[in-house]
Ligand binder design. Sequence first.
Ligand code: SF4
Length: 170
Amino acid sequence: MRAKSVGGIHLHYYALCKRKLWLYDKGIAMEHESDRVLQGSILHEQAYPRLQQKEWLVDDAFRIDAIDGEYIRETKISSKMKNADRLQMLYYLYQLENRGIRKKGLLSYTKEKRTEEVMLDDDTRKEIKRAIAETHGVLEEERTPKVIKMPYCKSCAYYSFCYAMEEDEE
Ligand code: SF4
């Protein structure tokens, strides 16, 4: 069986919560999630005023915020999810490298007015390959991964869904 394709958001969710990843992949969308997408697109509109090339759809497979010389760029509101942001950026760099395009990544956080560089090297390449393989593993699970309580849950779109379901399961 051919593996399903995964994208940058899958890797972002993989880093945050395996259950969120699984629910998202099954198309279980929450209203609050569309607010987050809207926030992201407004932020994208305002970011990179000097750049000519904003948004780059690569092979209809994934979309990058902007290209700035040797860098690809992503802008986020805050660095609260920086591990997930970093993994998502590594995914884009790895996908580009597989297509013969070598870039570095810049993650900009508007709230903290900070920018971080992300690069592919032997270690990060291994890390992203492993994360992609494990993401596929989660998506192949037949049952929804269990709720693992963490501080992030309260701001997650699936919060009421997860915690209502959890009460039912107990
Ligand atoms: S509420 Fe918590 S457990 Fe549920 S999907 Fe979100 S992060 Fe995962």
